[in-house]
Design a binder for this molecule. Structure first.
Ligand code: SF4
Length: 458
């Protein structure tokens, strides 16, 4: 429930005159999943929407369909089965590894598309004789991809567009993604999350937010305030979501307003170049205790190469300011598995000397979170060859050794999962048999030919 897309879709679908929306979560046991709202099984619904943010959830998509006794392949389902629609972050840039499961895939943003799909469904469901006729009727909706009508990225039927244009929601103030459903037991359930920015103007070379969710859009201050007043009253804490929250022109005014209403505030990861004294002071006043900054690399050349131009001096200056203000929970997001890593390890070592002095002076600790670079389609690094597991393991060990210190905690994300994610994010339809078998090891060894996502226009 920390995925704001679910909240947004739930509200949009429930506001449709002919639909009501219920939620399903995959249970760990083998029982048939039932909806939260009415305890009905999934196969009794007319339409199923599956939002996928992360490639490793492909395995869960199969599980939930199988445990609901729904044929996994779209071609095996006729009109008597629910129409299955896919969407979410991974579907935006390359749905191919699991395309054969879905009847429709929504490429892009759902705010307007979901209503158009549901309207069309209502108009056509009883008027058509076959599922193909129903699917044909969706072809003119921008952002809709119907996998059955494509092979190897090329349309098989005349009406299917050669390129599927990613749908962009430009009227960004008209709908706001926020914690519409109160779910105190969920991750971040104690916080009212609100999306105040989408897309990022910085376009760092590895980043999906910067390269795919274009253009960068910022919610107006009035919309943010109205939404918080309308839906956020039950909460003590407001989570401001966006890729570059520190750079939003009205951020200080918004923080002052929230402080005035006695809200605590939390923000997503911050970019060093957008941080200033006033902003940090207000964040501290608003009760924020955790600050996450994402230098990605400590070798300045490597950092500049991927699109971040801040110097290490500036990072240390910001860190010292944070420590002065009393922030004691500071996290760094880092990448490994890219570029000349020997140079990066030397830079880590040099940085550590300055860092540990600061930590000693302020009796503070920091956490470094490392993640192997996972190249994504439509980013400038989409063709980057990620090093093999052995190399990544060795880099991981050396990172741990280099940063070893009482005041530094190092966490490294799973290398195995990163390699699976990398393979799936650039994979084609040949991945599906392996996903169906749950053969994660086999997925490493498949390199799909060509550029499977070439039919998408971002
Ligand atoms: S600044 Fe952050 S969100 Fe923006 S493109 Fe770079 S990594 Fe992505």
């Amino acid at each position: 429930m920390s995925n704001l897309a679910i909240h947004l879709l739930y509200r949009l679908i429930n506001s449709h005159p002919y639909f009501s929306c219920e939620r399903f979560f995959l249970s760990q046991d083998e029982i048939v999943p039932l909806s939260i709202e009415s305890l009905k099984p999934l196969n009794e619904f007319d339409v199923i929407g599956i939002s996928i943010s992360y490639e490793l959830d492909y395995f869960n998509v199969i599980k939930i369909l199988e445990s609901s006794h729904i044929p996994v392949f779209a071609k095996d389902r006729d009109l008597s089965y629910p129409l299955i629609i896919g969407g979410g972050a991974c579907m935006n840039y390359n749905p191919e590894p699991i395309a054969d499961i879905f009847d429709l895939i929504l490429i892009g943003e759902a705010e307007d598309t979901i209503k158009e799909i549901l309207d069309r469904y209502i108009d056509m469901k009883d008027a058509v004789r076959s599922k193909d006729d129903l699917l044909f009727s969706f072809l003119d909706i921008e952002g809709v991809y119907i996998p059955e009508f494509y092979k190897d990225g090329k349309p098989l039927v005349d009406m299917a567009p050669r390129k599927v244009k990613r749908r962009v929601f430009r009227d960004f103030d008209r709908e706001t993604a926020c914690s519409y459903i109160y779910s105190p037991d969920a991750v971040f359930g104690d916080m009212f999350l609100i999306e105040i920015e989408r897309g990022c103007p910085m376009k760092c070379k590895f980043c999906v937010a910067g390269n795919i969710y274009s253009p960068c859009r910022i919610k107006s201050l009035d919309t943010v305030k109205d939404t918080i007043l309308k839906y956020g009253g039950k909460y003590k804490k407001i989570g401001l979501m966006g890729p570059l929250v520190g750079g939003i022109p009205y951020i200080e005014e918004l923080l002052k307003w929230l402080i005035g209403l006695n809200f605590q505030v939390s923000v997503s990861s911050l970019r060093v170049s957008t941080l200033n004294m006033k902003f940090l002071e207000l964040l501290k006043l608003a009760g924020e205790s955790t600050i996450t900054i994402a230098p990605e690399f400590l070798d300045e050349k490597l950092r500049a190469e991927i699109g971040k131009k801040e110097s290490n001096e500036k990072i240390l200056e910001v860190l010292e300011t944070l420590l002065k203000f009393g922030f004691r929970d500071v996290k760094f997001y880092m990448i490994f598995g890219y570029g000349d890593y020997e140079i990066e390890l030397r830079s880590l070592e040099i940085f550590k000397k300055y860092l540990t002095q600061l930590l000693k002076d302020y009796k503070a600790n920091v956490v470094f979170n490392f993640q192997p670079l996972v190249p994504k389609p439509f980013t400038p690094l989409q063709n980057y060859n990620i090093p093999d597991r052995r190399v990544l393991q060795s880099q991981k060990r050396r990172i741990m050794d280099t940063l070893k210190h009482d005041r530094i905690k190092v966490r490294v994300a799973s290398i195995r999962e990163a390699l699976i994610e990398a393979a799936l994010s650039r994979g084609g339809r040949d991945m599906l048999p392996l996903i169906l078998k749950g053969d994660k090891r086999g997925i490493f060894s498949v390199t799909s030919a060509g550029i499977p996502w070439s039919f998408i226009e971002i």
